[in-house]
Every structure is written in C-alpha cells, then in structure tokens.
Design a protein around this ligand. Sequence first.
Ligand code: SF4
Ligand code: SF4
Length: 338
Amino acid sequence: MKKIKKSDLNKLLSQWQQKYSVFAPSNHGVVKMTAWDGKDTTFLDWYRNTVVPPKNNFLPGMEKMFDIKKDAGYKLEVTADDTKQLIFGVRPCDARALALIDVNFKDGYEDTYYLNRRKNGLLVGLGCTSPCASCFCTSLNIHPAESQDVDVMFNDIGEELLIAEVTDKGKELLAASSGLSDATAADEAKAKEAKEATFKKVTRKINTGEIKERLMPSFENEEYWKNVAAKCVSCGICTFLCPTCYCFDINDEQSKGEAARFRNWDCCSFAVYTKMPMENPREEKWRRVRQKVNHKYNFFPMIYEQIACTGCGRCIRQCPVNWDITQVLSTLPEKAKA
Ligand code: SF4
Ligand code: SF4
C-alpha cells in the first residue's frame, strides 16, 4: 500500500491530469463530479457525497447519439466519446451502483455509449468518514470505507491518505505515479480503525432478508400503495438522482435538412413514462411508486440476483416531501411479512 500527504494531493491529481480528464467533487450550488480545476482539493474538508451521482459521467443526463446528414442519401455520424475520465472521490455505494448499471447495459443488447465510457474510465474511490443520517449502505452489504468496485481506493488517515490498488488498471495508474510513499503497518492499522469507526456511524438499517418474497404478496395491495404514494409529487428527483437508475428517452431534433438523435434520462415517476397510444398502465401515481420500489427490490433481483439499491440515501435526502424508501420497506403489510 502507498500513501500521500493530503497537502500533496493536488500534485498527484495534476500528474493524472496530464493523461486523463480528472473529475473531482465540486460545489457550485449542487455537489457533483466536475472537471478538476487543477488546484482545489478543499473538498477533502467538506465532501460527504455528491448530489448528482457519478453515473452522470458515464450515462450523461443528455447526450447526442448521432447526427443524420443529408448528402446524396442520408448519412449517420455516430458521436463517439473516447474521453479518458478519472473520477476522484467516488464513494463505495456509487462505485457499486455503476457495477449494477454495467450488469444491465451488458445484458443482451450492449449499450456502447455507456460501456465505452466505462472502458475508458478510472474510478478512484475515497472512503467515507462522515456518512449522512439517510445512508443505509451497510444493509446492502456495502462498506462505507471499502470497495472492490473502484480501481484505486483512498482512505483518510489524518494528515495523509492511504492508497490501495484494487484492479490492474489501478495498479498501472499507481505504478506510473510519482510522489507516493510506502505505507507502514501503523498506517494500515490506523486505516482499519478509521474504517471500523465509519462503519458504525451508518445507523440507519433495513432488513433485506427475503425482500422479494416479502414484497411480492403486497403487489396487488392497492390500499397500501396508495397510502405509501400519497405524499409523492411525482417530481422525479429520486430517480434522476438515484445512482442505479438508468432509464432514458430518445428524441430526434431536426433543423434545415439535418437532424440529430439525443437521449436523456427518463423517470418512471412521470405519468407519461409508460404512455402508449391506446393505454397507460401506470397513469395512477401509486402504480408508479410501486414500480420504483419493486424494480429495485423485487424485479431487478429476480433477473440479476442483486438488489438495485446501494443505500446511498439520495432519494431520502433530496425528496421535497420526505418520502423515505426505508420506511416503505419497513412497513410492508403484515400479510406480506408473513
Ligand atoms: S423525490 Fe419524492 S416527491 Fe419526487 S418523485 Fe421521488 S418520492 Fe415523489
Ligand atoms: S433507491 Fe435511493 S438509496 Fe437506493 S440507490 Fe437509489 S437513491 Fe440511493
């Protein structure tokens, strides 16, 4: 293992910036991963987690897929994004979320736009030290300060950061980096203690045992879901900002003989999401809320044997009406619990 003084982190990020587009947490009104400005590492003092998850770096809120040009016939020019991104400060929950999105975007049809960015990207994790009251990652078997879903993992050990390589890509990155010192056994012991302390700070818990089996019997319980959905205003924030949500819509824009196809995040909280010419199976709000919860804790696990929630807590922190998925999961009807 390696280590670096926090005061030297800017030198390391600058080195990496020679080869990669480096992204780091910034707060210009909303905390998100933005292109690093080449000097500021003060996020080490205030950063807990981003509001906009790092999925935005790989599945942007809006992206152009291709241009359609009129020549003798029509020609498609595909927009390829080969940017080599290095995202510094990814939290373990968000790294797991990307691994979950990978599963879906590799299954059957391969989404080359997303997968190409993932292939060219490096995730540098930073262990949490101060989880939010809304975080419940430990209930989803995610350690707030450890991750196998990143390429390199950093942990705060006071004046310094302990650095561990996780993947071959991470190993290569560190081998090509200068200014790192070897960590001592005392440093590793300090990191272990800090990680254990952080783990204990995640006090919000849910019971995920047999969650599919507990959710399924309540599926047709209209009264329960109406009650659960009552205060939701269908704003879509919880799904847009969820690091594991990956739904998108596609639109064509046309102007003067040219056109382009774009895709943008979409959201199952919106009434028009499932609107079809003849019907809309989820016009009523309770059906949409039921879908959101079941997709994460019932349908996704049914297909991929993994829960599509990382307990990052964003949907709780950002909801304007304090809708809380952990409350919903803890108050399933008795009949369903049986
Ligand atoms: S953020 Fe809250 S109000 Fe908005 S769609 Fe989600 S649960 Fe409903
Ligand atoms: S459902 Fe909520 S807690 Fe779970 S990953 Fe999405 S935003 Fe995070």
